[in-house]
Design a protein around this ligand. Structure first.
Ligand code: IPE
Ligand code: IPE
Ligand code: MG
Length: 248
């Protein structure tokens, strides 16, 4: 039986975020180089995107490249950037066919020019799509994003655009690169690592975390279904007691 049959469509997460990890180890296991793992990870991106859209999930965020990943050997960074440009270029048609809008979060200005250009074009070309939003986290780190927000807020205070007393959680969220994107209810990490690696620290304050030992290139639709069924078995209390939640 597929986990899909157990999904409660009235209780779907609106936003699922994924830390796609384990490409290198997956390749190593097969006696191949890390690039082979990254190339095979693209199929999993397709699977996850399709599965999420088919289910009716509204936002899927994929952590594709972290600020810290710039510290990898140059040839690996170059391979990842090239793969990114090629994939975006190839997949824009499919995104449009499936009515999926593309967005990017992170320090997009730090990406190589051709990459930025390809990305901006794809974002523009898919901007009217309404079924699901696919968010790519690129050159993303949460600490960068939070410091960036603090700088923007300080500048607006300085320009008298806002008053210090007006700063609250909602306003702060508006200064993050995730503005207009709801917080994820579910965060998935593949590859058996139990850490967040500087991803969406502010936004996952109350997310449900799901860890799977599978390496990212092995991730298939069924794995997303399983994560969602697991998510739906949890009681989200938000600080309240279980009794209070059940009364509703
Ligand atoms: C995830 O796989 C992809 C990126 C971080 C870009 P890794 O490349 O981190 O693979 P492992 O974790 O070394 O196996
Ligand atoms: C996290 O994976 C970043 C992405 C998935 C893009 P890493 O492989 O870079 O994470 P750490 O450094 O092992 O925590
Ligand atoms: Mg890794």
């Amino acid at each position: 039986m597929s986990f899909k049959e157990s999904i409660d469509y009235s209780n779907l997460p609106k936003h699922v975020a994924v830390i796609m990890d384990g490409n290198g180890r997956w390749a190593k296991q097969k006696g191949k180089n890390r690039a082979f793992g990254h190339h095979n990870g693209v199929l999993s991106v397709r699977e996850a995107t399709e599965a999420a859209a088919e289910l009716g999930i509204k936002f899927l965020t994929l952590y594709a490249f972290s600020t810290e990943n710039w510290n990898r050997p140059k040839f690996e960074v170059d391979i990842l950037m090239k793969l990114l440009v090629n994939t975006i270029n190839k997949e824009t048609k499919t995104l449009n066919k499936n009515n999926i809008r593309l967005l990017a979060i992170g320090n997009i200005d730090s990406l190589p020019d051709n990459c930025k250009k390809e990305l901006q074009e794809a974002i523009k070309n898919t901007s009217n799509n309404t079924r699901m939003t696919l968010v790519l986290a690129l050159s993303y780190s949460s600490k960068w994003e939070i410091i960036n927000a603090v700088k923007l807020i300080a500048a607006d205070v300085h320009k008298n655009k806002i008053n210090i007393n007006e700063i609250n959680q909602d306003m702060f969220s508006e200064y993050l690169t995730t503005k207009d994107i709801p917080d994820p209810e579910l965060l998935i990490r593949t590859s058996g690592e139990f850490r967040i690696s500087n991803f969406l620290l502010w936004q996952i304050a109350y997310s449900e975390l799901y860890f799977t030992p599978k390496f990212w290139p092995d991730f298939r639709k069924e794995d997303l279904y399983e994560a969602i069924v697991n998510y739906q078995s949890r009681e989200r209390r938000f600080g309240k007691t279980s009794e209070q939640i059940k009364q509703k």
